[in-house]
Design a binder for this molecule. Structure first.
Ligand code: HEC
Ligand code: HEC
Length: 466
């Protein structure tokens, strides 16, 4: 605990120095303006690969309707239940492939598109209370079933009932008001897909070695970390908030069916295929099959777009952002948010042996009672989350798995379940030890709180430069 004492001294002296209130309190400077630093193809790709990317990004934007007969919504297969009608509807900020759009975007200020989608083409949906024009795009999971057994699944917000293109379907929405009253609903917001080909192509050995290299430093700060793995082949799964998903193709197949209701070769069965609500022969998306529209399935195109996309480009560096980067490592943020990883050999031009900056170890960590959502996915339990990659954070609008805040200072404080006092100490608090102070980030957040306001500002400026 020597380091805590040293930081305590630093804090006391700063308070003395700045007591007259010369300094403005540290604050999140907000989403970075200017052009979107993301959304293009990986820079070293061959012309043929760039062509594939350019076709694939169009598919990522195509909007679905029930039978695909509506102009501008000619992708068939929406519903019976859905949260969105195109990948790009939710993956939009700061550019196609990103995260939730929003009104506070400097690049493209728009209200949450789920509000208008609820009633599109005369659909009879009501908008759940947690979907608001100025809030993030969300999907909902229920924690428990009625009998108390674990549920954990996504319950789609909307159904196609009432839509002009779904005559006769009467499927009702889940009773979200009731489930909220039972305290049984948790949320997830979209994560960006930029640069994920590099993540997919990082060998398990590299991820394990990266974690092993910091074992002692992590242990001294109370940080663990384990990998979620595939029940099918035992390799590390690395996509999604809990690192629950194996590959970009699997994620594309799952998202197509779960978010939009479009059945495909990976997920061929309708989720709520009740009588009167299934209008198409299945699967609604398929590749290379006589009669299918295109030789490449939509799922394969979505995966290609994500695999071939470039990682976000950081904004301009300043003296403050550089100090922030150093502090980010010095106080222990980088022990989870790993600054760099290197890909293995790749079939895509120039994407093998690439060192990239995701700011994630792609391991899952116990984050304590304040972030816990009570949902288990694979080996990730109720309070475990994948270290959120921080590349591109500078241009994002909403943070943490449920989108609870747009404020990076709040995000940092939310890492701890110890109340976040500068010299907080679990042994001297009255908190029930089993309920509180179990986040692996607690000591690092104490370190952060012991920094001077200017040093904290440097870290916030650094994050907004990513
Ligand atoms: C209704 C909004 C919505 C739509 C539509 C949507 N997504 Fe997502 N996406 C999400 C959410 C929410 C998550 C986080 C899910 C989780 O991990 O629990 C996510 C996560 C992802 C991830 C994981 C990225 C990472 O960081 O590991 C991928 C890949 C992805 N989506 C691809 C797609 C594709 C491809 C489509 C179109 C078929 C799509 N999504 C459509 C909301 C959406
Ligand atoms: C013990 C590992 C760990 C440490 C230490 C840690 N983080 Fe995190 N961080 C996470 C995890 C896990 C999440 C996702 C949590 C969630 O969404 O519930 C996260 C989320 C974030 C996010 C939000 C990203 C997003 O996609 O919404 C930011 C920003 C962030 N961390 C910054 C920091 C900073 C700055 C520090 C140091 C002061 C830090 N983190 C220390 C594990 C860690």
């Amino acid at each position: 605990m020597k380091s805590r004492k040293v930081l305590g001294v630093a804090l006391c002296c700063t308070l003395l120095l700045f007591a007259p209130g010369v300094l403005q309190a540290q604050h999140d400077p907000g989403p970075r303006g200017g052009a979107a630093g993301a959304g293009g193809p990986y820079p070293t790709l061959s012309p043929a690969e760039v062509d594939l990317f350019n076709q694939a990004i169009l598919r990522f934007q195509e909007a679905a309707s029930v039978s695909g007969n509506i102009a501008g919504e000619d992708d068939a297969g929406l519903g019976p239940t859905f949260n969105g009608n195109s990948c790009a509807m939710c993956h939009a900020q700061p550019f196609i492939g990103g995260t939730s759009p929003g009104l506070i975007s400097p690049q493209n200020p728009v209200p949450n598109p789920q509000v208008a989608l609820a009633k599109l083409h005369n659909a009879s949906n009501t908008v759940p209370s947690f979907i608001t024009p100025d809030g993030p795009v969300r999907e909902a999971r229920f924690v428990r079933n009625r009998d108390g057994s674990p549920d954990g699944g996504v319950h789609d917000l909307f159904t196609i009932a009432g839509r002009d293109d779904a005559p006769g379907c009467t499927l009702a929405q889940p009773d979200f008001a009731q489930q909220l009253a039972f305290n049984n609903v948790i949320f997830r917001i979209p994560t960006p897909v930029f640069g994920l080909g590099l993540v997919e192509n990082t060998p398990d050995e590299t991820l394990r070695a990266n974690l092993a290299a910091t074992r002692d430093a992590r242990r001294s700060l109370g940080i663990g970390g384990t990998f979620n793995t595939s029940g099918n082949d035992g390799t590390i799964t690395r996509f999604g908030w809990k690192g629950q998903n194996k590959s970009l193709l699997v994620f594309a197949g799952e998202a197509y069916n779960v978010e939009q209701g479009v059945t495909n070769e990976l997920f061929p069965n309708e989720r709520s295929g009740v009588f009167g609500c299934v209008f198409n022969p299945l699967p609604e998306d398929a590749s290379g099959i006589p009669g299918s529209v295109s030789p490449l399935a939509d799922t394969v195109s979505f995966a290609a777009f994500m695999r071939l996309s470039a990682p976000p480009t950081p904004g301009p560096q300043t003296a403050s952002t550089q100090k922030g980067a150093t502090l980010f490592s010095a106080i222990g943020c980088a022990l989870c948010h790993s600054p760099s990883l290197t890909t293995g050999p790749s079939i895509f031009t120039g994407m093998g042996g690439v060192t990239y900056q995701p700011f994630s170890d792609f391991a899952v960590h116990h984050m304590g009672s304040d972030l816990a959502d009570g949902i288990s996915q694979g080996a990730a339990g109720g309070d475990q989350f994948r270290t959120a990659p921080l590349w591109g954070v500078g241009q994002r609008l909403f943070f943490l798995h449920d989108g609870r805040t747009p404020d990076l200072l709040q995000v940092i404080e939310d890492h701890t379940d110890c109340g976040g006092k500068p010299s907080g100490n679990e042994h001297s608090s009255n908190h029930d030890h089993s309920q509180h102070c179990s986040s692996e980030a607690n000591q690092v957040i104490r370190n952060f709180n012991a920094l001077t306001p200017q040093q904290q500002q440097d870290i916030l400026n650094f994050l907004r430069s990513l």
